[in-house]
Write a protein that binds this ligand. Structure first.
Ligand code: MG
Length: 282
């Protein structure tokens, strides 16, 4: 009887210790989770990582550098040529040629100083999808010619993502709300964030009700609307801020808990994040 009682007592003790350990592990895990959200990698290289090494913006070289640095994403700008090729360039012109009104072949007559031709969005995908830690942040540029051309660019972008079947590695951003809604209509699981021109930053509730997945606004918008970061997160929207090039602003938005920080200085942002890490662990 006494033997059984001791056995039972031993079993109860073991179960109690086991329960305590599981409780500790869960607690540790949740603390770790909290800390990791503070120090998670939010670094988005703006037009690739080009500045420090004097590479052309939006070149394949700048994409490769963003990947080498371990950025969470590399942003790039995409236009549609006159003959319906998606090409990567920020401005409406590429070394004097009007991108939208030129054929792809005409654009090949010019080159970046490093010798690269204007990259196609497909070439960006081929290079960017060789790895899986740096997402492709695809900015769809609106057409200056017509809304029809903008929506065509959206359709072709969706076709490209479907061709490479790597939706999880691509996120769309655009100033053109209709283009983003078109992408969501054609590819319901796409991640699409509204950039919002000056004076037309839509509130998180509207973004959510229009079925978009995030906001991507300039710094001043968040400072003028100080509930929007928190409200976006409550609604399950992602929050990106651009273009954050000063340490004090980086520090501010890290503390505000945005998901993505777009910068011309990814190296500097990594330094700021490293400085933040010991503080957040305290
Ligand atoms: Mg852009």
């Amino acid at each position: 009887m006494l033997k059984i009682s001791r056995k039972a007592l031993g079993l109860i003790t073991s179960l109690a210790i086991l329960g305590f350990c599981v409780g500790c592990a869960q607690k540790k895990q949740s603390v770790k989770k909290e800390n990791s959200s503070v120090v998670a990698n939010p670094v988005i290289a703006h037009r690739g990582a080009w500045k420090a090494k004097n590479l052309p913006e939006n070149s394949i070289a700048s994409l490769k550098e963003a990947i080498n640095l371990g950025c969470r994403g590399s942003e790039f700008d995409v236009h549609l040529t006159a003959d319906d090729v998606l090409v990567v360039n920020h401005d409406q012109t590429f070394y004097g040629l009007d991108v939208e009104r030129s054929t792809y072949k005409q654009l090949l007559s010019k080159a970046h100083p490093n010798g690269e031709s204007i990259p196609t969005a497909e070439e960006y995908f081929i290079e960017g999808l060789k790895q899986n830690h740096t997402k492709l942040i695809y900015e769809l540029k609106a057409s200056e010619i017509s809304k029809i051309r903008t929506l065509k660019a959206a359709e072709l972008a969706v076709q490209l993502v479907k061709k490479y079947d790597k939706n999880s590695m691509v996120e769309f951003i655009s100033f053109d709300y209709d283009a983003l809604k078109k992408i969501k209509e054609l590819m319901p699981n796409a991640r699409v964030s509204y950039v919002g021109p000056r004076g037309d930053a839509k509130a998180p509730q509207q973004i959510k009700s229009d079925n978009l997945t995030g906001i991507d606004y300039r710094m001043s918008v968040y400072k003028e609307n100080d509930t929007w970061i928190g409200n976006s997160h409550k609604l399950g929207l992602s929050v990106n801020v651009w273009t954050v090039n000063k340490k004090e602003d980086m520090d501010y938005f890290i503390k505000e808990g945005v998901d993505y920080i777009t910068t011309d200085y990814p190296e500097m942002l990594f330094e700021v994040l490293t400085d933040e890490s010991p503080k957040s662990a305290k």
